[in-house]
Ligand binder design. Structure first.
Ligand code: PHE
Length: 354
């Protein structure tokens, strides 16, 4: 009878293990056979009812069953674990043939675009790009540009001065200060041909003025430079940036660091000089300040004014950008609104009059 029980359990155990199809079922069988009330455990405890002379062989047979169970169990467990791992690996595979996430292409800020356009143009005419500091001394911003302390021309520029121990410093109000650096740094004191783009600061704020804006300064120094060279250069510059039909005119003006000085107007590109709201019915728009470098400036920056002359000009880059791209409010240029900035991502954008 005991033998029958052993045989039945062996048969059942083999069938059960054969059917088990995953790790959980396998573990359930472990409980069914080897758990506290498991079939093999029970067979084992019933050894006490076995006659003594059969105990040994009975015990061996029960142990044999346990070993059989464990062997099949381990074998199948290993297979299930492998299958599980393979499934995981195949699920985690990265399909490199999938198209990647689209990254939106950025665009250059309109100020960067137009500054680069200015630079390219002047570099093509043999100029080099020079950048001066934005924090300046009173000496470089005013005195060496022929504006001594107490000079009334200082009042025309609402300057940001620094405080306390830095009170001799200020934020530059014009890129003309870069002229001083460029001339002083040029140790040969020979010819110079530079453009200096950069930020400048004034205490101004409305639709056409910002406390921070950008200028570009041009400076040419050589032994035989005249107003005619200045006019030719600026005519070329305005035509290239605003269109070939653009005309320019000089009006006498005053800047302390140039003599003679001029304001430069361009013919209105919106109405072609006929008169409209942009040019306030005059047909002309003021865009530049310019003149022949004052001999005092040359002297203070180490040049011999008897040997060298030069011309200089300066203009607001923002102003040109507003004209060129039809931007009505300067504050949008610095508002950092992506919808605004994105509109200028082509270098050859041309101004369209609406
Ligand atoms: N710096 C002057 C301004 O900001 C412009 C200028 C530059 C005038 C060079 C003459 C020569 O208005």
């Amino acid at each position: 009878m005991n033998n029958d029980k052993l045989k039945d359990t062996k048969k059942l155990l083999e069938e059960d293990l054969k059917i088990a199809s995953n790790e959980k079922e396998l573990n359930d069988l472990k409980v069914k056979y080897l758990g506290k009330k498991g079939l093999i455990t029970e067979l084992n405890s019933s050894i006490k009812n076995i006659p003594n002379e059969e105990k040994k062989s009975y015990g061996l047979a029960v142990n044999g069953l346990r070993t059989l169970f464990n062997n099949i169990y381990e074998e199948k467990l290993e297979i299930f674990k492998k299958e599980e791992l393979n499934k995981k690996i195949s699920n985690e595979t990265i399909d490199i043939t999938l198209p990647s996430k689209k990254i939106k292409k950025g665009s250059l800020h309109p100020m960067t675009l137009i500054t680069e356009e200015f630079e390219d143009l002047f570099v093509s005419m043999g100029y080099t790009v020079y950048e001066g500091p934005e924090i300046e001394t009173d000496e470089n911003c005013f005195q060496k540009l022929n504006v001594p302390k107490g000079h009334p021309a200082r009042d025309a520029q609402d300057t940001f001065y620094l405080k306390d121990e830095f009170e001799n410093f200020l934020l530059r109000t014009q890129t003309s200060t870069a002229q001083v650096h460029a001339m002083e740094e040029n140790t040969t004191k020979g010819p110079l041909r530079i453009v200096c783009p950069g930020k400048v600061y004034r205490r101004d704020e409305d639709a056409t003025h910002s406390h921070q804006f950008m200028q570009i300064e041009g400076l040419v120094i050589d032994e035989d430079v005249s107003m005619a060279d200045l006019k030719g250069t600026l005519e070329m510059f305005c035509k290239k940036i605003l269109g070939e039909k653009t005309e320019i005119r000089f009006r006498p003006s005053y800047f302390p660091f140039t003599e003679p000085s001029v304001e430069v107007d361009v013919s209105c590109f919106k109405c072609q000089g006929k008169g409209c709201n942009l040019c306030k019915q005059t047909g002309w728009i003021e865009v530049l300040g310019a003149g022949m470098v004052h001999p005092n400036v040359l002297k203070m920056c180490g040049y011999d004014p008897k040997k060298y002359q030069g011309f200089a000009f300066g203009t607001g880059i923002d102003r040109f950008a507003m004209f060129k791209y039809g931007i009505p409010d300067i504050r949008t240029i610095y508002g950092n609104d992506i919808r605004f900035i994105e509109q200028f991502n082509r270098k050859d954008d041309t101004y369209e009059v609406k």
